[in-house]
Design a protein around this ligand. Sequence first.
Ligand code: ADP
Ligand code: MG
Length: 792
Amino acid sequence: MASRNQNRPPRSPNAKKEGLGGIPFDKRRKVETQGTGRRQAFSAVNKQDVTMNSDVGSIEDCGKVEFTKDEVLALLSERAKAGKFDTKAKIEQMTDIIKRLKVCVKWFQQADETHVQEKESLKVSLESAEQKYNHKELEARTKEEELHATISNLKENVVSLHEKLAKEESCKQDAIECHRREKESRVAAEKVQASLGEELYKVKEEKLAAKQKVTSLEDMYKRLQEYNTSLQQYNSKLQTDLETVRAALTRAEKEKSSILENLSTLRGHSKSLQDQLASSRVLQDDAIKQKDSLLLEVTNLRNELQQVRDDRDRQVVQSQKLAEEIEKYQENVGKSSQELDILIAKSGSLEETCSLQKERINMLEQQLAIASERQKMADASVSLTRTEFEEQKHLLCELQDRLADMEHQLCEAELLRKKLHNTILELKGNIRVFCRVRPLLPEDGGRHEATVIAYPTSTETRGRGVDLVQSGNKHPFTFDKVFNHEASQEEVFFEISQLVQSALDGYKVCIFAYGQTGSGKTYTMMGRPETPEQKGLIPRSLEQIFQASQSLGAQGWKYKMQVSMLEIYNETIRDLLSTNRTTSMELVRADSGTSGKQYTITHDVNGHTHVSDLTIFDVCSIGKISSLLQQAAQSRSVGKTQMNEQSSRSHFVFTMRISGVNESTEQQVQGVLNLIDLAGSERLSKSGATGDRLKETQAINKSLSALSDVIFALAKKEDHVPFRNSKLTYLLQPCLGGDSKTLMFVNISPDPSSAGESLCSLRFAARVNACEIGIPRRQTSMKPLDSRLSYG
Ligand code: ADP
Ligand code: MG
């Protein structure tokens, strides 16, 4: 630093203490070049640093003052400004300035000298520098040429790069386009993510519940696996049994048919033989008659013969007498020789008749022999026919025995069928859920385009899946069976007919219809009885029961059916078959619980339910039931108009008790079929519900949640099942759980405005569908079939 400063003008004493140290190096250099314009090249000056050190010593004598151009100009301007101050100060200032200027002038003179020397040395260095410069210029030119070449190369490069750039640009545009699209999709994805987030939250909740369920299910699964293996063994055994029984059955059937054929041919044969017998009997009778007549004739002839013989004897006696007389007369010869000749002729003719009579007797005797021969033959054929007849009779008895045997086998096969049928139902699960979606009705508003229900078509869920779309979200569900809006009443009934058969086989069966008002519960249960193809499950079940009971009558079964129908409204039972028809006033009293009839529910030890004061009808024909159904529908509709659409706010329970006795096998069955049209499951907005409506809603909510509580408690095999929490569950207690069979229809309306309620119904049904009630009885207690059948 010190060496650099030596080439600069002395600094003014007024200059800032930090001096140039405070000014950036670049600025200082600029000042130097401006201020010392005479210097040729800074580098050259630097080279002179050592030589100039001696000169600097003289500058340092001037008080080590350095000046920059600005400072000098500032000094000069200070002088110019001086006029504004008072004279004394001005003089002092001026002298100071003059002093400083003198120093400055001195420094300039010294600097001039040093500059002359500097100039010379600079000239020398300039020359060498010029040489260097020329040399460098040459180098630079060659380099420039090289550079030109490289520039042209680079230009070419640039052109190609421009092309590339253009391409890149287009690529970039594409990428931007892509990016934009991606952005859009990302926004959509974010929306989806948000909805998924919501769903995730719900799913998490469900997962929690599911986890709990999983633990209980795992436990159950283990037990079920054990049960399953034993069941599989049992099943395979049953299958082999079934196979053998089937084979035996087919063999028996073949035998039976051949025997029947035999029998019919034998019958034909026997008939012909009987005909023959009859004809031979007739012949025999004829022959006997002929024989009798011949015998009569023979006796007549014998009599005649006897007479003739007597005559002859008499004649002989006479002739002897006559001969004696002749002898007497011969003595009197000549007297009566004429008389003698006549008498001889007479005796000759008599002898002739006698021989004729003899011939005739011989002929008759021959005829008699032939007739008796014939009679003998007829007798022989009769005895032959008789033995044949006996043989046929024996064969017939044998065949009848075999037929009875076959019928017995058939009875056993029927029992086995019941057993297998029940096993199949047990394997299907003792609680099942079917979903039925009704068609869109004109009163729904006919918004066909806004379909909210879809049916998945994948093979594993076909016929079992249903999707509900609500505000863009798809909720998929699967059940044991899903009926779409096109399903007919017949198709629906076909699926439950096996359950109805179970009731006839001695099981307790409950079929519920669940769903909001207007979703098709009553249509499913009752249908439109006036049009045969729209009849509901109740009339169809009854028809099946009557038909089956009649065909089972051939196997010795006699059935007795009892029917009752009731309604539960606001936790109060109302008899729909009561003969003294309830008036509107009584209805009101019944609802407030002040009616004379109590309808108390009790269960006996055999699992039979009894409701006091309830009307129960013995029915033996479908006609009788139809009239009862009509009566019930009428008393329900009376309630509907008078009690603010009560029908949709009450549970309808149809109960049929079936008791069957087989006198030949002494078996007994007691089954129960309950068909229940539940109250509408829709939630009422709490704010709008007051008074009676609020009471109704609370009662419905209570009983429906009691029903689900019972189902879930049974599924979890809890010690306490809250049957007593509602009238409905208490009434159905023996028919829920155990080895009873439960089916729930969840009815769905496709109307978009009902989507919320439909979702609630489907969720409820899905929870019920996840339940398995009851361990199949045969698994736990391998009871013989008979004992099972003798217990209701
Ligand atoms: P809910 O008993 O659930 O209140 P309904 O059985 O009274 O409902 O049904 C409401 C309306 O829809 C009725 O007019 C009924 O005839 C009609 N309906 C329901 N299900 C069907 C169906 N599967 N086919 C034709 N019409 C139906
Ligand atoms: Mg209804």
